[in-house]
Design a protein around this ligand. Structure first.
Ligand code: VGL
Ligand code: ZN
Length: 203
């Protein structure tokens, strides 16, 4: 068992990010068994759940003449437009059946504000609206986190960089992550994580 100052953060292991989902990540379900093993090993397990209202401003379908993966300017900066995914209450937003959710202590939902996307487990994409996870971890005396899940180049990278910026010791276990990789986003995310002091664990 890992010590009480360490938490596992499991990012967005939801049907829509797994094969056949609306925003499927290649091999997204291959990480479920390794994540279950990690959940048993950590004394604190936190799940995040992407949780968008229908018509969310991050969905390409919310605009005339926009396609998925186009980029638009939002008040908080550039935003990639996504296929509709993880709509509140749908099967696509549910955790994958294989994930042992009963071994997690907390579920953090994010992306529920209609006009702002939220990749990070800590802050929405404006980088100031907090999810509350920082306070939760601090009040449990946790200063070290391991991050796994989907997708490496978006929600994992944003979460890891925010965690490092907040002063947590951060490892991303690459064996239990998979990426989307659009236009070099995966390589860029790995560089940014390393630059932020995030440890990338490959074995
Ligand atoms: C994610 C794009 C949109 C993710 C969530 O979990 O990485 N990516 N919403
Ligand atoms: Zn989303």
């Amino acid at each position: 068992m890992r010590p009480a100052n360490e938490a596992l953060i499991v990012v967005d292991v939801q049907n829509d990010f797994c094969p056949k989902g609306a925003l499927a990540v290649i091999d997204g379900d291959a990480i479920i068994e390794p994540i279950n093993a990690l959940l048993s090993d950590f004394s604190a397990g936190i799940l995040t759940q992407d949780w968008h209202p229908a018509g969310h401003t991050s969905f390409a379908s919310s605009y005339d003449e926009k396609s998925a993966y186009d980029i638009i300017d939002m008040p908080y900066g550039p935003q990639i437009l996504w296929p509709d995914h993880c709509i509140q209450g749908t099967d696509g937003a549910s955790f994958h059946d294989g994930l042992k959710t009963e071994n997690a202590d907390l579920v953090i939902r994010k992306g529920f504000r209609p006009k702002i996307d939220s990749y990070s487990a800590f802050f929405e994409n404006d980088k100031t609206t907090a999810t509350g996870l920082e306070g939760y971890l601090h009040s449990r005396g946790i200063n070290t986190v391991t991050i796994v899940g989907l997708a490496t180049d978006f929600c994992i990278a944003y979460s890891a960089i925010d965690a490092a910026r907040l002063g947590f010791r951060v490892t991303v276990d690459m064996t239990a992550c998979r990426g989307i990789d659009i236009n070099g986003s995966l390589e860029a995310a790995l560089l940014q994580m390393r630059a932020a002091g995030v440890k990338l664990k490959y074995g």
